[in-house]
Design a protein around this ligand. Structure first.
Ligand code: GLC
Length: 643
């Protein structure tokens, strides 16, 4: 974080103490006491950071005034939740938290449809629901909803803002938290600001990066990498009607916002608070590392990004302290953890555990858990205030952002290894059990990412087509083992809708010209409600997966040792394909063993502190030289003395 001179926050603090700060609109003396009380401890730092970026007193006053308005407008039920959560700030760190992410339309057609399906969601033990982008977005130029044309309107066909509020209320009644994306790096080209910018209005052009010639864009292109090298090459788009270039790091219809402009920052903060006031509990800040641009840099993770996220955290704590920030930082591990900020100056409450996810799939393909062990050690060293959102699959592709220097020291060189992973998961290697497709294969570097559902990647699709019962057993075993690992980690495990019933890839996106070019739609298919009819049939694929997950979910929920406060460490197993993790607290200890090999292996551990019980089977055993089935796992709990 950068530093700067003090900018006269003393007077401000006095004014706040007297509850007389200016609102920027001449409304002196607004007396919103809870707001003032929450603003006061943050005021110095917030103003300091704001002035450092913008040096604009009037805009800062405008921001405070806007925040106060949102605080005032917050519904009483949400304020009650705020107070409850302020009293219990670790409310989201409990072992009972379980998430699911889904597309409203694919799951239940509309927001009201989702509300009607909450019983099913609850039957999956889910109490955190991430609804994929659902705000207004142009058809066909939408990036799955990540090109927002109105931050305050639900997309036609999904319902209304009132439906969203009603869903949030019903979720809150059932103890379910709702998460929504806040796509803050860019707007759609159809957003009101973009339309006015295109029409030549200076004020709105200044909210984006507009250039009349290619000179500056050319300079940026020299240092800025490409997000979608195949589907949307380059970082700028020429607008013939405006005779200008506009910065578009993602798709050409997603115009990057210029956060150097305080109007952009203030307005986007109001949009964030608007969504919070609709009842969202978690705001996923999309593509956040990209929000600050600087010539001569890669325009990723710049210090100003952290300043903005820190300000956002404070703004949230002041206006809606029950709301959490979830950072989407799909970057190498050393870039991710800084988005937690520090204990004194926290940024995000939660981050995606992206490296663990990618490393896990590498372990599946390579039957080698060494890198995962290394990754788990790195995670165990982080302060336990860092809470990860853990997942196997999400709506995006898997990029092979692995620790290549370490892999290379074991003989796995980056280019051939990535090719191996992609060949393995697309099923090009004859013995591969996985099915799926490449994503954004870069014609220049040969690099590619991967798309597919958990079930398809674990072998269920192939075994189903080939009517291979043994292959199906292995596929289901892998799915359960990977979830066994996922649920063993600290943090919030998030299921990808459909995974709980083993849904395979959906190739129908190829028939839709609006989707055909983007292979991520292979794992964004319609939810197959007809398959849920089988979940009670213990012999069906769906029943085996659903009941296996349910057993783990319920064990996890009832066991405080799975909570984020337990100490987490890694044990040596003396077998490269077997991972052993330990969770402990004064009152007990859990040992998790995960076998990435196809055959039975022995975890050469030796925990000599008593007998253990396998939580899944009830078997009593010593935690020494433990046998684990091929792609099997064990959750062992130390038996109480005398039991
Ligand atoms: C995030 C989303 C991804 C989207 C991108 C641009 O990375 O997860 O789906 O394409 O942001 O908004």
């Amino acid at each position: 974080m950068t530093t700067s001179m003090n900018v006269g926050t003393g007077e401000w603090k006095m004014a706040v103490k007297n509850r007389e700060y200016k609102t920027g609109e001449g409304k002196a003396g607004l007396k919103n006491i809870p707001f003032q009380k929450r603003l006061e401890p943050h005021l110095d730092e917030l103003k300091w950071l704001y002035m450092e970026l913008y040096d604009n007193q009037q805009m800062f006053e405008g921001l405070c005034s806007g925040m106060e308005e949102f605080c005032r407008a917050r519904r009483a039920s949400l304020k009650r939740l705020d107070t409850k959560r302020e009293k219990n700030p670790g409310w989201f760190r409990k072992s009972s938290m379980l998430g699911m992410m889904m597309y409203t339309d694919q799951f239940a057609g509309t927001l009201t449809g989702v509300k009607e399906k909450l019983d099913y969601i609850e039957s999956c033990n889910v109490n955190y629901l991430h609804l994929m982008p659902l705000l207004d977005t142009p058809r066909g130029r939408s990036d799955g909803g990540y090109a927002v044309s109105d931050f305050r309107k639900v997309r036609d066909g999904l319902g209304t803002m009132d439906d969203l509020r009603a869903l949030a209320d019903e979720c809150h009644k059932r103890g379910i938290s709702l998460c929504l994306d806040f796509v803050m790096n860019h707007t759609s080209e159809e957003h009101e600001w973009a339309k006015r910018a295109r029409a030549g209005e200076r004020e709105y052009r200044d909210r984006y990066f507009f250039y009349d010639s290619y000179d500056v864009p050319r300079q940026y292109e020299q240092t800025v990498p490409q997000v979608f090298p195949a589907t949307a090459p380059g970082n700028f788009t020429y607008l013939p009607e405006a005779g200008s270039y506009v910065m578009t790091s993602f798709y050409p219809y997603q115009w990057d916002l210029n956060y150097r402009n305080p109007a952009v920052f203030n307005e986007m903060m109001y949009n964030f608070l608007y969504l919070a006031n609709c009842g969202m509990d978690v705001i996923r800040i999309d593509a956040v590392p990209y929000i600050w641009k600087e010539l001569g840099t890669d325009c990723r993770n710049l210090p100003q990004v952290h300043t903005i996220v820190r300000m956002m955290r404070m703004i949230g704590e002041i206006v809606c302290p029950g709301v959490l920030l979830l950072g989407e930082v799909v970057m190498e591990p050393e870039k991710v953890a800084p988005y937690f900020g520090t204990v004194e100056k926290p940024e995000c409450h939660m981050l995606y555990n992206v490296t663990t996810m990618a490393t896990l799939w590498h372990s599946v393909a390579a039957r080698d858990a060494r890198l995962l062990k290394h990754q788990m050690k790195a995670i165990s060293r982080l302060p336990d205030t860092c809470l990860f959102l853990n997942y196997l699959r999400c709506h995006d592709d898997i990029g092979w952002g692995l620790d290549y220097p370490l892999l290379e020291s074991w003989g796995m060189k980056q280019v051939p290894h990535k090719k191996y992973l992609n060949d393995f998961f697309t099923g090009k290697i004859p013995e591969s059990f996985s099915r799926g497709e490449l994503y954004n294969e870069d014609p220049v570097t040969g690099d590619a990412r991967f798309c597919g559902t958990t079930a398809s990647m674990c072998g269920v699709e192939r075994a189903g087509f080939e009517m291979d019962d043994a292959g199906m057993d292995h596929g289901i075993g892998r799915i359960l083992c990977l979830h066994g690992f996922l649920f063993f980690l600290s943090g919030i495990p998030v299921l990808y809708s459909g995974d709980e019933i083993g849904q395979v890839n959906d190739y129908t996106y190829k028939d839709n010209p609006e989707k055909a070019a983007d292979s991520r739609y292979i794992h964004r298919g319609r939810f197959h409600w007809e398959l849920t009819g089988c979940i009670k049939d213990g012999g069906s694929v769906q029943g085996r997966i659903f009941s296996g997950l349910k057993q783990m979910e319920e064990l996890r929920r009832g066991e405080p040792l799975f909570g984020a406060d337990a100490r987490f460490s890694v044990r040596e197993t003396w077998d490269d394909s077997v991972l052993c993790l330990v969770r402990e607290q004064e009152q007990g200890k859990l040992v998790g063993i995960f076998n990435f090999h196809d055959y039975e292996r022995i975890a050469w551990i030796d925990e000599t502190d008593g007998m253990y019980q396998d939580m899944m089977t009830g078997e009593m055993l010593r935690a020494s030289a433990v046998r684990v089935d091929g792609h099997g796992f064990r959750w062992l709990k130390r038996a109480e003395a005398g039991s």
